[in-house]
Design a protein around this ligand. Structure first.
Ligand code: ME8
Length: 655
């Protein structure tokens, strides 16, 4: 029986149209799901929508429709986009589906009966847009929500709580001693910020809104969003319901993939819920960064500035899939720019794989009328070419095992370059002129076609629409492109016939295209702002910037800015926000305390050069002396330190 493989995207909030950020996670999971299917696994690929919560209730009310009508509209948009992007999900869960509601009620009751859920009173700072309560120590330096940086309000209500502390040790081990969290370098930050200070119990019910799963034994309460949302990964397999019955087959999940904004919920809270339910834990949590646009997280309030439908229609959905997958490394953000995208389409797809296929097929037609003769004449260069292509297969397999999609694509394109180089090395156009070299020419073209077979099969999970077109052009049968055939050369029939076809990836005129896209973006930005509901207006990034009163150059000269290098960094005791930094300031060294602990781990800072305000009066922060300040910027993604080029010597004056 085939081995099982279960992969999930987050379930998205259907409170606006899906954007390229949602596309990233879904396309990444789709590619892994397709790769696994190709390898012969029995795959379950789950996606869906997270449809409850106060925000949805509010937005529906603003529009004068029911919450159900509100979410139904957007769910349609998500499904349309997934079809357009060729997403091969096996199951789609909606948290408003009856079977899920019933199962969540069962889970809540079971946790209550086991004593892990208890009734208490919540009093804390509440962020309505994020639907999150925060403790004082979690608020940002302005006393605002640490996630969206908007003001919070004091709120008090009767609520049920989930006891987290019994699971602290096991979760710490899961994060630090296993390969659960990928990339693992975020584990320390989670442990230091959330587990070491003592895992706080989680508020899991609400009484202030109605649009949620009702608690069966206390009808004032609805289940608060995270138990409802996270449970989708098991209810969609039939846990606690009779709609499906493959929980035993697919659980535990092989990969949950999410972006960093919901890492904590998946790295700490989800394992705790599963431990309380005495269920096995998922094998891996793959966390990627954000796709940013002009430095900001892509969001609804930015409108459809980067509308996947528009981009897909212009360049084909495979080009978009390839670009977003190729740009984002696990764990890091990736900044979206139309220019980078178009240049990448031109270099990798039009000039790389597209050109390789069209040159090879054109030469087979020109010199042999499309059908290769069977005579062969090998040369040593063939072996090097073949071994590079064959090695790529095992390397890509390993990357996929480790959810490293960007790296897998990089390797496949090294193979594409190798194949193009093989053409330069063997110079088939010269062989074609010499009647006595026909066998050699046939060998070169056969090797190229068979190399393209391997490369295109490896690429097919990532670019599923285009690869069948390549197979048609190179004369590969369905049998030829099976996964088992990837580890050998010489699978295409000896006298293979090629078929010249359409251009796979037409070259794009960069300047003209950017101009057109910019015009579309401007128009979309304007209409997106107009269409925002009142509650969304708070998300509008383009606020009017109020400058401080003008100063003279002499005033500015009073500030002594110097380059310094961070030698060491450690958290200030009893503070979540402060880091104590030892600096080489070119003047014998100094200590500076900085409020950046929630944004940087010490490891991320040590060795970096920064901009130091060197003549500030010393102050004591939480009892620790600070001699100066380091410069940073407040961005929608949190505080970003201004790092300097390493070539600037410590102590250099900045003006
Ligand atoms: O958080 N870049 O839903 P959500 C990359 N319902 N990925 C992005 C992105 C961006 N700019 N924007 C969104 C929720 N994403 C909850 C999840 S799961 C049990 C509940 C992707 O609609 C990314 O995968 O806000 C992120 O984790 C997810 O959308 C958040 O989607």
């Amino acid at each position: 029986m085939a081995e099982k493989f279960y992969i999930t995207t987050p379930i998205y909030y259907p409170s606006g149209n899906p954007h390229i950020g949602h596309c990233y996670t879904t396309v990444a999971c789709d590619s892994i799901a397709r790769f696994r299917r190709m390898q012969g696994y029995d795959v379950m690929f789950l996606t869906g929508t997270d449809e409850h919560g106060q925000k949805i209730e509010q937005k529906a009310a603003e529009k004068g429709i029911t919450p159900q009508e509100f979410v139904d509209g957007f769910v349609g948009e998500f499904k349309k986009l997934w079809e357009f992007m060729n997403i091969s999900y096996d199951r789609y869960i909606r948290t408003t589906d009856n079977y899920h509601v019933e199962a969540v009620q069962g889970i809540f009751k079971a946790l209550y009966d086991k004593g892990y859920i208890y009734k208490g009173e919540y009093s804390g700072k509440y962020c309505t847009p994020c639907e999150s309560f925060w403790t004082d120590s979690q608020l940002d330096e302005n006393g605002c929500c640490p996630e969206c940086h908007r003001p919070v309000s004091l709120a008090k209500e009767e609520a049920y709580f989930f006891r987290m502390s019994p699971f602290a040790d096991r979760i710490e081990k899961l994060l630090t001693e296993t390969d659960y969290l990928r990339p693992n370098n975020r584990a320390l930050e989670l442990v230091n910020n959330f587990i070491k200070p003592g895992l706080e119990d989680l508020c899991v019910s609400r009484t202030t809104f109605k649009w949620g799963v009702p608690v069966t034994f206390d009808d004032k309460h609805v289940v608060y969003v995270w138990i409802d949302a996270l449970s989708n990964y098991i209810t969609a397999l039939g846990y606690g319901n009779s709609e499906y019955n493959d929980f035993g087959e697919y659980w535990p999940a092989d990969v949950h993939m999410v972006a960093k904004d919901i890492m904590r919920f998946h790295a700490i809270i989800w394992p705790a819920i599963l431990m309380a339910l005495e269920l096995p834990l998922p094998k891996h949590l793959a966390v990627h960064g954000w796709i940013t646009f002009n430095g900001e997280k892509m969001s609804k309030s930015l409108g459809n500035v980067v509308d996947p439908f528009i981009l897909g229609e212009r360049y084909g959905c495979d080009a978009i899939r390839y670009h977003i997958l190729r740009e984002m490394a696990l764990g890091a953000d990736s900044s979206f720019s139309n220019e980078i995208m178009i240049n990448r389409i031109n270099s990798d797809l039009a000039n790389g794989i597209g050109n390789l296929v069209s040159r090879t097929v054109a030469m087979a037609e020109k010199y042999f009328g499309g059908t290769l003769p069977v005579e062969r004449e090998s040369e040593p260069v063939d072996e090097d070419f073949k071994s590079v292509i064959l090695n790529t297969v095992s390397e890509v397999e390993k990357d996929i095992d480790e959810t490293k999609i960007k790296q897998a694509l990089e390797k496949i394109f090294v193979a594409v370059d190798r194949a193009n180089k093989y053409i330069d090395e063997t110079e088939p156009w010269k062989l074609g002129k010499d009647e006595s070299r026909k066998a050699r020419l046939a060998t070169v073209l056969y090797n190229l076609l068979d190399g393209i077979r391997i490369i295109s099969t490896l690429l097919s999970p990532f670019m599923p629409s285009t690869m069948p077109e390549i197979w048609k052009q190179i004369g590969a049968s369905e049998e030829d492109v099976r996964y088992e055939k990837l580890s050998v050369f010489g699978i295409l029939s000896e006298n293979v016939t090629v078929h010249k076809g359409k251009i796979l990836f037409p070259r794009i005129d960069v300047e003209k295209e950017i101009e057109e896209l910019n015009a579309i973006i401007r128009k979309n930005m304007e209409s997106a702002q107009e269409n925002l509901s009142d509650s969304e207006k708070g998300e509008v990034p383009a606020e009017k910037i109020e400058l401080a009163p003008e100063i003279s150059i002499d005033d500015f000269a009073k500030v002594e800015l110097r380059c310094a290098k961070i030698i060491s960094a450690e958290k200030v005791k009893k503070s979540d926000k402060l880091l104590c930094l030892q600096l080489d300031d070119g003047m014998g060294g100094r200590q500076v305390v900085s409020g950046i602990a929630q944004y940087y781990t010490p490891e991320e800072l040590v060795g970096k050069k920064i901009q130091l305000v060197a003549n500030l009066k010393p102050v004591k922060l939480r009892g620790v002396e600070s001699f100066g300040m380091i410069c940073a910027s407040d961005t929608p993604d949190g505080v970003k330190v201004l790092f300097l080029d390493d070539s600037i010597p410590c102590g250099s004056k900045i003006r």
